[in-house]
Design a protein around this ligand. Structure first.
Ligand code: ZN
Length: 72
């Protein structure tokens, strides 16, 4: 389900809203205004970093092992 990012045009509050329908009823949580701008956002704002699939997760840079438990 998509998370949309909104910005209130009245109080400049930035907020996110999880929406289910295509025409959600959204108002500013701060000033309750409907005068908002919708910006499409990502799925969950945290951890959007792309996982490096090939170049070692957590490994050390000097060896090809996936953990450093045996090379130090
Ligand atoms: Zn507002």
């Amino acid at each position: 389900m998509p998370v949309y990012e909104y910005k209130c045009n009245e109080c400049s509050e930035d907020f996110e809203k999880l929406v289910y329908g295509s025409d959600p009823d959204v108002s500013c949580p701060k000033c309750n205004s409907r005068n908002i701008t919708k910006k499409f956002s990502l799925f969950g704002m945290s951890g959007v970093e792309k996982p490096a699939t090939s170049s070692g997760r957590s490994g050390c840079s000097s060896c090809s092992k996936s953990t450093c438990s045996s090379c130090h």
